[in-house]
Design a protein around this ligand. Structure first.
Ligand SMILES: [Zn+2]
Length: 82
């Protein structure tokens, strides 16, 4: 696997799924998920009365954490900071 992939939405400097681009980060980089399952201002939703099929609106934030600028590293392959 290459250390950088120009088609990757997470690699430094690359365009994401939205109009935004990642900075040329050298350390951990965190951003709001472009396909978040939660919203800071959710649409109103009536609570279901059926106890087997319950739903309600919630608000929240989904964040993406890139622990390394390297495309090829997995968590076990990363070094601990000294
Ligand atoms: Zn990548």
């Amino acid at each position: 696997m290459p250390t950088y992939d120009q088609e990757c939405y997470l690699c430094p400097g690359n365009k994401r799924a939205t109009v935004e681009s990642n900075p040329h980060y050298q350390r951990t980089f965190v951003f709001d998920n472009d396909f978040s399952a939660l919203d800071r201002a959710p649409a109103a939703c009536a609570r279901a009365g059926d106890p087997l099929c319950r739903y309600e609106s919630v608000k929240g934030t989904c964040r993406v954490i890139c622990y390394s600028p390297r495309h090829d590293l997995t968590m076990p392959e990363m070094e601990e900071p000294t």
